[in-house]
Ligand binder design. Structure first.
Ligand SMILES: Cc1cc2nc3c(=O)[nH]c(=O)nc-3n(C[C@H](O)[C@H](O)[C@H](O)COP(=O)(O)O)c2cc1C
Ligand SMILES: O=C(O)C(=O)c1ccccc1
Length: 329
């Protein structure tokens, strides 16, 4: 891969403290296994916002897949479909959502709320028509994070021949993605009027925002700091999870992303109350290394490790894990 593009995929905001801390937070947790729990007949399946998943590991929305592999987002979707999980298609995808949907697996669509409400509605309707089953609204990006690697490399936009294909207006012109610092909670109420799709808010870290999310009728929240690409110094997601789980009090599912790298990381997140996790960079690395097969292998490895770790921790299903099975060193 072009090292400039690798820096785009791997990098984060500022001094990349939060990028590093997301992974480190998992290293500080220890699993306390239960024994003699008859875990022979394991079942990894779960359902989130109406979408059944073979395992509680989804593909996080990430931009610009054609820069990682020529087959782009359709390859990622084929890899996700092969393992029976959902892919969250980024608003900054480099292929049309209709093409990505031809891979056949369940898709959700990620939205940056745009200041142009008519255009926002147009994009949402398009995702809905293409068969996306949920809308993931990214709420941690009122402005674009300062990515030092991209600034140093002069990486500001896609190379010619590439475009954000889902940002085309009715006339076929590609709009640039705006970050909307004017968006408030009324925008979520507005979105609920525009679409019947379940809405999940991505980028919740504060328990008070988790409460507001419940009050605004969303179908789920994703505890996320955008993989450390927005606010450097933001709390590691695993550290933020327990308070968010307590705040929603079982009313909606809580998902988590950031730093999930192996099956035991998934076990820790599930035990602390996450319904499922999403993975960003591991999927991009799989895509870059081997296209659809690489994505499939990255996701299969996580699912296999999760299956093994569940058995060894004494859980037959993800819901059997309990918070007392995780301690912090
Ligand atoms: C290269 C890259 C591009 C991303 N693009 C988007 C995006 O378009 N929309 C979005 O909501 N999040 C985006 N994210 C954030 C991911 O959805 C996710 O929160 C994060 O990658 C999870 O952390 P992980 O990479 O450690 O698994 C991006 C992350 C990366 C690494
Ligand atoms: O959200 C991101 O992290 C990201 O990298 C991105 C890049 C271009 C457009 C939108 C988002």
């Amino acid at each position: 891969m072009d090292p400039v593009h690798q820096d785009f995929f791997e990098g984060g905001a500022g001094r990349e403290r939060t990028v590093a801390a997301n992974e480190r937070a998992f290293q500080r947790r220890w699993i306390v296994p239960r024994v003699l729990r008859a875990t022979g007949d394991r079942d990894l399946r779960t359902t989130v916002a109406g979408t059944p998943l073979a395992a509680p590991v989804l593909v996080a929305p990430t931009a610009f897949h054609r820069l990682a592999h020529p087959d782009g987002e359709t390859a990622t979707a084929r890899g996700a479909a092969a393992v029976g999980t959902a892919m969250v298609v980024s608003m900054a995808a480099t292929q049309p959502v209709e093409e990505i949907a031809s891979a056949g697996g369940p898709l959700w669509f990620q939205l940056y709320p745009q200041p142009d409400l008519d255009f926002t509605e147009y994009v949402v309707k398009r995702a809905e028509s293409a068969g996306c089953r949920a809308l993931v609204v990214t709420v941690d990006s009122p402005v674009f994070g300062r990515r030092e690697r991209d600034l140093r490399n002069g990486f500001t936009d896609l190379p010619s021949g590439y475009a954000c294909e889902n940002m085309r207006d009715a006339a076929g012109r590609v709009r640039s993605i705006a970050m909307d610092a004017t968006a408030g909670w009324d925008r979520i109420a507005w979105l609920r009027g525009v679409t019947g799709l379940p809405i999940l808010l991505k980028g919740i870290l504060h328990p008070a925002d988790a409460r507001l999310a419940v009050e605004h009728g969303v179908a789920g929240v994703i505890v996320s700091n955008h993989g450390g690409r927005q606010l450097d110094g933001a709390i590691p997601t695993l550290d933020a999870l327990p308070a968010v789980v307590a705040a929603v009090d079982g009313q909606i599912p809580v998902l988590l992303d950031g730093g999930v790298r192996c099956g035991t990381d998934v076990v820790v997140a599930l035990a602390l109350g996450a319904r499922a996790v999403l993975v960003g960079r591991p999927v991009v690395r799989g895509l870059a290394a081997g296209g659809a097969v690489g994505v499939r292998e990255a996701l299969e490895r996580l699912a296999t490790e999760l299956d093994l770790a569940l058995a060894l921790a004494g859980a037959r299903r993800p819901v059997d894990l309990t918070p007392d099975q995780v301690v912090t060193r």
